[in-house]
Design a protein around this ligand. Structure first.
Ligand code: 13P
Length: 253
């Protein structure tokens, strides 16, 4: 049984005060269900990870980082390693978020190195995949997502791949208010699960959590998560208001 998983990606938002205020609101609003009935994670900017970790110390909410570098240490100015993230209490790390792929220019090969390094460092990667609007219009969604998953998981044994959560985030739905319909999300996520069965086996495919992301909100969360292969949500904008995010968490129960 896959327990629902709701994660809030704060992207480049909040400050030292508002990050703590936000997480405190999420903790108090979700304390009856978080951990017990639904896995919850918050994913603040690097610089606020520690103050958020402190605020989470007695809560059943996990901490995640938005990115990672694949080397362990050394002369990599500006980068953050798996051991650093582990050291300050991170459990999860996003790998290959569409904004990193399409704004910063990350390749599938780089994303694969990050996923591999995250697992080696004891973190649980959330591998993000999803097609651009022109790719969807050209009926290339399956081709793009298949390539991103195959390359993102390249070289990983089934045992290692079992640490991975997949997030399907169609790029055209991110921050646009244009949510994929529950049927569109289900269709692609069923394909992803089938692909995991082909690359690995039916056990891994059945156990892997596949999240949907892209303008997920309190008013569409229940219907999206009601789909068989939508095991939870990776939420951007609506995770920045405690009440909105708590309502999404409640919708998973
Ligand atoms: P929005 O929920 O703001 O569309 O962002 C989705 C996302 O990119 C989460 O990682």
């Amino acid at each position: 049984m896959r327990k629902p998983f709701v994660a809030g990606n704060w992207k480049m938002n909040t400050n030292s005060h508002s990050s703590v205020e936000l997480v405190n609101g999420i903790v108090s609003g979700s304390s009856e269900v978080a951990g017990e009935k639904v896995h919850v994670a918050v994913i603040p900017p690097f610089v606020y990870l520690q103050c958020v970790a402190k605020a989470l110390s007695t809560a059943s909410i996990a901490l995640g980082a938005q990115d990672i570098y694949y080397e362990q240490k050394g002369a990599f100015t500006g980068e953050i390693s798996a051991s650093m993230l582990k050291d300050i209490g991170c459990t999860y790390v996003l790998c290959g978020h569409s904004e990193r792929r399409h704004v910063i220019g990350e390749t599938d090969e780089l994303v694969n190195k990050k996923v591999t390094a995250a697992i080696a460092g004891g973190l649980l990667p959330i591998l993000c995949v999803g097609e651009l609007i022109e790719e969807r219009k050209a009926s290339k969604t399956e081709e793009v997502v298949t390539r991103q998953i195959k390359k993102g998981l390249a070289g990983l044994s089934a045992e290692k791949a079992s640490a991975v959560t997949i997030a399907y985030e169609p790029v055209w739905a991110i921050g646009t208010g244009l949510t994929a319909t529950p049927q569109q999300a289900q269709e692609t996520q069923a394909l992803i699960r089938k692909l995991l069965g082909e690359i690995y086996d039916s056990e891994l495919a059945g156990e892997t959590r596949i999240l949907y992301g892209g303008s997920a909100k309190a008013n569409n969360a229940a219907e999206l998560m009601g789909q068989e292969d939508v095991d939870g949500l990776l939420v951007g904008g609506a995770s920045l208001q405690a009440d909105d995010f708590v309502a999404i968490i409640q919708a998973a129960v």
